[in-house]
Design a protein around this ligand. Sequence first.
Ligand code: BG6
Length: 281
Amino acid sequence: MVEMKKLENGFEYVELKNSVASAKIALQGAHIFSFKRSDEELLWLSSKSAFENGTAIRGGIPLCWPRFGNLDKALPQHGFARTFLFELMKVTEESDTLTVVHMQLKSSQESRKIWNFDFVLDIFFHISDTLKIEMQTSNKDTKEFLLTQAFHTYFAVSDIDDVVISGLDGKEYLDSLTGKEEYQKGDIFIDREVDRIYKESAEHITLSDKEHEVNIGAKNSHSVIVWNPWIEKCAKMSGMQKEAYKEFVCIESANALDDFKVVQLNESVSLFVKYNFRKLV
Ligand code: BG6
């Protein structure tokens, strides 16, 4: 089943279901905001999120593009793709268990005002018993451009106190809260505000809580962000209820800091992520 849905305010998304999974993907930002396997939801979505053109959905997987973060002051935080309307190119029901959705954003007068390059950004979602996403950037300009990017994934968790993130032991990270470089010792537990960019990150990271285990596999990515706003920041954030920090953690497969890409003329660069999740109880 594949259906186009439109809210009263004109906000559009694709809803699809096959025999193993279902998903909802907004045209704004090519933003997936629900992925369910056997009725188990992988992604966190804020009950206070806006669903309107011009404001990014709070939750799901915002695509940070062509910048991750706010280090480049010439561009908005996390770039601009998450508030731009993509075109739905194709939905292919490959089999009973696999649906592929292709969305595209092309440079326009509007995008050139923010970032003066010609580009094509293609996003491919593979909806099956796993969720796979490819973000492919093609340079259509006459000069090279620099790219940082991320899948800013909000994972739903049973309780933040139960979260264990493994696979980053010994890795160096930039603590964005202090500006200091540190080394990870053992697994990651979240008991305060955490905002870190891990460098030379592993290809596989595992997130578990009491109920689920998610295996995160990324390709062409050597950086990963771990973020939870905790009590004070959460209370101040747009589109988030006060206690929301207990319900999610963001683990963002990225090209950030020194792991940036320089995309040459007529070159295409891809970032891939694959989420495999299973119920523990
Ligand atoms: C994370 C950043 O990736 O995104 C945080 O590391 C930031 O610093 C968070 O607060 C949310 O950003 P935004 O722009 O969606 O509110």
